[in-house]
Design a protein around this ligand. Structure first.
Ligand code: ZN
Length: 187
């Protein structure tokens, strides 16, 4: 297991503003404001629905093999043409570990056999889903053969030595690559 130590400064907690809704998504009535536990909330006076803004979650897979790590090249924005760890959003009702297994299969063709939790980061640079949590797992063992299963999302898929990584888009993925490299150098 990699030993990861972060200071608050390095975590870079971010501030995001939630979207304002005008109408109740259930009955269509105009939402009103109310104060609940000293916070302003939007709510529906008819069906009593209260809007609690929340962020999404995503999972990134650090698939390692003999000092190499598997990366995919993004085929669409954001960060088109940069490299990332195979990753994707957690589906509704899905556990992040299920997301890991599903995404790795979808994007690489590999079947995850052994994995461990690595790191959780708050993503600051994804306009599609501001402030979402990225949960990274390290995949230590897998079976199957490598294929670019998801050519719509990914242009290319390739192994890179941890000390010679390609250009990575997402800040959170960059951070993980840096930690992997530091971990390798400290061994
Ligand atoms: Zn309503």
């Amino acid at each position: 297991m990699c030993k990861v130590e972060l200071t608050n400064k390095e975590i870079n907690m971010i501030t995001i503003n939630s979207r304002i809704y005008k109408f109740c998504p259930y009955c269509g009535k105009a939402l009103k404001k109310k104060i609940e536990e000293s916070k302003a909330r939007q709510w529906c006076t008819d069906c009593k629905w209260i809007y609690y803004p929340h962020v999404a979650s995503a999972v990134g897979a650090i698939i390692v093999n003999d000092g190499n790590v598997l990366m995919v090249k993004r085929g669409r924005d954001p960060y088109k043409d940069t490299w990332v760890f195979p990753s994707g959003f957690v589906d509704y009702g899905e556990h992040p570990e299920e997301t890991l297994i599903r995404e790795v299969k979808e994007e690489t063709g590999l079947k995850v056999v052994e994995y461990q939790y690595f790191l959780l980061l708050q993503t600051s640079d994804d306009p599609r889903s501001p402030g979402h949590f990225s949960i990274f797992y390290k995949v230590n063992n897998y079976v199957g053969s490598l294929i670019n299963n998801d050519s719509e999302e990914n242009k290319d898929i390739r192994w890179f030595p941890i000390n010679h990584m390609p250009i990575i888009g997402w800040k959170s993925h960059n951070k993980v690559a840096k930690l992997l490299f530091e971990n390798l150098s400290n061994r």
